[in-house]
Design a protein around this ligand. Structure first.
Ligand code: HEM
Length: 175
């Protein structure tokens, strides 16, 4: 089950990430194409790719990722990864917005806008991959003091035993 879920997760991510990098290049305006008919054909193709392929792949990637949380010991890296995934979702929505704007004949997606979308996609995808493959811990110095102190009570999920007192990331567990 874990292998199947992870395989679908990775396939969905490949389609989503590939779409985010490729789609901005297809957001062309009239004066960059040979004819209005070519612009319309390209727009139909990119709209189809966005609606029928890339958006469903994004939903599948997030759904399978959420399912995977129940199978693995998720540590700090997962929280950081979710922030970077939110960045990918943001780029995805911006591409959708430019596609919507292209429905109007006088739409003018500029070269720098396309470059910014590709850059945003590449940065957020690389951030997610770095976090999921590197699995860094959040340094304790980044945490507010109150988060590291107990409130005079045992934490409910801290197990007793030889490993009590340290978490999987090697950090002292507050009691
Ligand atoms: C809400 C969205 C997501 C959630 C909740 C999520 C969660 C997870 C979880 C729990 C795992 C299993 C980790 C393990 O085996 O210990 C995983 C694996 C993985 N995820 Fe995600 N993920 C999400 C989106 C993404 C995205 C957008 C990417 C890439 C751009 C990505 C890339 C990967 C990769 C490459 C693995 C395999 C890592 C390995 O086996 O070492 N995930 N994800």
């Amino acid at each position: 089950m874990l292998i199947a879920l992870k395989s679908v997760h990775i396939i969905a991510i490949a389609i989503w990430a590939g779409g985010l990098v490729a789609l901005p290049a297809l957001l062309r305006r009239d004066d960059e194409m040979a004819s209005r008919a070519a612009v319309v054909r390209l727009h139909h193709f990119s709209r189809f790719a966005y609606d029928a392929l890339v958006s469903p792949a994004a939903v599948l990637a997030i759904a399978t990722g959420t399912g995977l949380i129940f199978f693995v010991v998720a540590d700090d890296w997962l929280f950081l990864k979710l922030v970077a995934v939110a960045g990918m979702v943001g780029v995805h929505m911006l591409i959708g917005r430019v596609l919507d704007q292209l429905e109007s004949p006088d739409a003018r997606p500029t070269r720098w806008k396309r470059a910014a979308l590709v850059a945003g996609a590449v940065v957020t995808i690389l951030a997610v991959l770095t976090l999921v493959l590197g699995r860094p811990s959040i340094p304790e110095s980044w945490m507010p003091g109150w988060l590291l102190e107990g409130q005079g009570e045992e934490l409910p999920l801290v197990s007793e035993g030889p490993s009590a007192g340290s978490s999987s990331s090697g950090r002292e567990t507050p009691t």
